[in-house]
Design a protein around this ligand. Structure first.
Ligand SMILES: [Zn+2]
Length: 212
C-alpha cells in the first residue's frame, strides 16, 4: 500500500503516520528524516544538503524527489510506504508522481483552524523540568505553576495565536491546490481529525479497507 499523509500542522499527522506504518507493516518515510540521514552519513549528497541548509536556503524539490526515489527502493518498502510531510505544494506533488508513479490513497487529516489554534495556543511548558501542560486539556493544579517542580510555566514563542494563524494561512495557500489535485485523481480520503487518536485511526483504516 502506497500512501501519502497530509494535514495541518498540529493535526496529529505524525502520530497517525506511525500507527499506520505499524498496522500495515509499511515504511514510514519523512523527508525531514531523509535529509538528516544523508547529513549524518556525510554522503556527497549529505554534504551538499548541509551547505544548502547552513546558508539558510531550502533544499530543492529535485534533491528531495531523488532521495525519495532511492528510499522507496529499499527493502522495508516492499509492502509499501507512507509519506509524511511531503508534498507541500502542487509543484512537488506533480514532481513526485513523475518519480514514484501512482499512489493508492492520500489521507488528508482535516482539522479546523480554530481547533488547531486552541490546541497550540493553550500549550504551556515548564522551563525547569520540561513538563508539558495545556490550559484546557491538561491544566496544572495551580494556575501557571508546574505541578512537578513549582516553577512558573511559559508559552513557546511559536505557539501564540497570531503566529499559529500565520503559519496556518501559509499552509493552506500551499496545500489547497494539492488537495484539489488528489481529489481530481479520485484518491483523496478526507478524514475529520478531531477526536480521540484511536477513533481517528479506525476511521482511516475503515476507509482504506473500503477503497484499496
Ligand atoms: Zn517543572
Amino acid at each position: 500500500m502506497k500512501l501519502i499523509l497530509i494535514g495541518t500542522p498540529g493535526a496529529g499527522k505524525g502520530t497517525q503516520a506511525k500507527k499506520l506504518s505499524k498496522y500495515y507493516n509499511i515504511a514510514h518515510i519523512s523527508t525531514g528524516d531523509l535529509l538528516r540521514e544523508q547529513m549524518q552519513l556525510k554522503t556527497e549528497m549529505g554534504l551538499k544538503i548541509a551547505d544548502i541548509i547552513n546558508s539558510g536556503q531550502l533544499v530543492s524539490d529535485d534533491i528531495v524527489t531523488s532521495l525519495l526515489d532511492e528510499r522507496i527502493k529499499r527493502d522495508d518498502c516492499r509492502n509499501g510506504y507512507i509519506l509524511d510531510g511531503y508534498p507541500r505544494n502542487l509543484t512537488q506533488a506533480e514532481g513526485l508522481s513523475r518519480v514514484i508513479g501512482d499512489i493508492d490513497k492520500v489521507v488528508f487529516i482535516d482539522v479546523d483552524d480554530d481547533v488547531i489554534i486552541e490546541r497550540m495556543a493553550g500549550r504551556r511548558s515548564c522551563s525547569k523540568c520540561g513538563h508539558m501542560y495545556h490550559i484546557k486539556y491538561n491544566p496544572p493544579a495551580k494556575d501557571n505553576v508546574c505541578d512537578e517542580c513549582g516553577e512558573n510555566l511559559t508559552q513557546r514563542k511559536d505557539d501564540n495565536e497570531e503566529t499559529v494563524r500565520k503559519r496556518l494561512s501559509v499552509y493552506h495557500e500551499a496545500t489547497s491546490p494539492i488537495i484539489n489535485y488528489y481529489k481530481e485523481k479520485n484518491i483523496l480520503l478526507d478524514i475529520n481529525g478531531v477526536g480521540d487518536i484511536d477513533d481517528i485511526f479506525s476511521k482511516i483504516t475503515d476507509m482504506l479497507k473500503e477503497d484499496v
